[in-house]
Design a protein around this ligand. Structure first.
Ligand code: IPE
Ligand code: IPE
Ligand code: MG
Length: 239
């Protein structure tokens, strides 16, 4: 049996280019991208992936034209409403990482509603990275830890990796095993900086709206063939 990643994270990129290729508006690509999200979430759950984390909106994406940002926020609300029952049927537990406070009220409400309603589900944990920035996440954790040090709740000598882990947005999110980015770009774009320290990276030219179950399967198969050494020698990990 090939190895299956416990935690897959995806930078879902290329919606705009997908639309442009067909002479359509960028939002058409985002709509198609939402359809891919549904298919990939259900496929990952079927494959018994424990954690799937999707990059839906970065802290940098606020710099896009206002119209596109507004349409993306609307799409988020309608997708959450539409997909909610399917999440329940598939026993998926929804969570989020990112700064929810500066999201439009409707998005925040809908997201918190779905998180609440799925919190007792025991299947795959689906984490939506929304208004998420990896650097911002670390800054917030450092602020919180510094305050606790100042108030003598934590002693500075005791600060270690688990202290940082516990103060991230994503407290119980395990390290990423496989990071997938679609659309041919080979960069991290400020996603999950802490959690990808030892992730296997998989880049595909396929644009997100064209990404299929078979593409997910290929990424997982490719992951299964890699030797994860974590600093050791090949002999140490093979025997
Ligand atoms: C990813 O597709 C979706 C979001 C970032 C919200 P893009 O919108 O970045 O598509 P491209 O990269 O412009 O093709
Ligand atoms: C990263 O994609 C963010 C999401 C997929 C939500 P971008 O399209 O925003 O990244 P850059 O700007 O190409 O690095
Ligand atoms: Mg992009």
């Amino acid at each position: 049996m090939d190895k299956i990643p416990r935690h897959i994270a995806i930078i879902m990129d290329g919606n705009g280019r997908w639309a442009k290729k067909q002479g359509k508006r960028r939002i058409v690509g985002h709509n198609r991208g939402a359809k891919t999200v549904r298919e990939i979430v259900e496929e990952a759950a079927r494959k018994d992936i424990e954690f799937l984390t999707l990059f839906a909106f970065s802290t940098e994406n606020w710099n896009r034209p206002k119209d596109e940002v507004n349409l993306l926020m609307k799409l988020l609300v309608s997708s959450l409403k539409k997909e909610f029952l399917r999440l329940i049927q598939n026993n998926i537990k929804m969570r989020s990482v990112g700064n929810l406070d500066s999201l439009p009220q409707l998005v925040k409400e809908e997201l918190l509603f779905v998180i609440e309603k799925t919190k007792n589900n025991k299947g795959m944990v689906l984490t939506l990275a929304l208004n998420y920035g990896g650097k911002e996440e670390i800054v917030e954790a450092v602020k919180c830890i510094s305050n606790k040090v100042k108030n003598s709740i934590i002693s500075p000598e005791k600060v270690d990796e688990s202290t940082i882990n516990e103060h991230l947005y994503s407290q119980n999110l395990p390290p990423v095993d496989l990071l997938i980015r679609t659309s041919g770009e080979k960069r991290i774009s400020n996603f999950l900086l802490w959690h990808i320290a030892y992730a296997e990276l998989y880049f595909t030219k396929t644009l997100w709206p064209d990404f299929t179950k078979e593409d997910l399967q290929n990424a997982i198969l490719n992951y299964g063939k890699r030797e994860r050494r974590f600093g050791k020698t090949s002999e140490q990990v093979t025997f």
